[in-house]
Write a protein of this length. Structure first.
Length: 125
């Protein structure tokens, strides 16, 4: 087993759990109401969940490679900016981002990123 597999998979699990708790438990009602106001149904099918799982894996891989070259704080900052603000800008541009979610999304996504960096650093030997 490649030495990168365990840290990446462990970080993927953490990121997936963090995303689920934030978006499905804390701010789901904001997402659903926003989509309803747009005349849309909030996407929560199994396929949608699998795509977010792939996003979590891609984010963990990104963190793994950034962490090879940069310090912990630089890795957190670079990884967070590469994933979250860019995603929010794209979703906002499409008109499907409920801005009211950002009160929870910003601090919790920074925490999510920091813990993922810690997991990858801790498990990379």
């Amino acid at each position: 087993m490649p030495k990168s597999l365990l840290p990446i998979l462990a970080a993927t699990v953490w990121i997936s759990i963090s995303e689920f708790v934030r978006n499905d438990e804390l701010v789901r009602s904001l997402w659903v109401a926003h989509y309803r106001a747009l005349g849309l149904t909030f996407p929560d099918t199994a396929t949608n969940g699998m795509v977010w799982g792939l996003w979590s894996l891609a984010f963990a891989i990104l963190i793994y490679f950034i962490s090879k070259k940069y310090s912990v704080s630089e890795t957190v900052l670079l990884s967070w900016f590469a994933a979250f603000p860019l995603m929010w800008l794209a979703l906002g541009n499409l008109g499907v981002l409920p801005l009211a979610t950002l009160w929870a999304a910003v601090p919790l996504s920074i925490l999510e990123t920091a813990v993922a960096v810690w997991i990858i650093r801790r498990l990379t030997v």
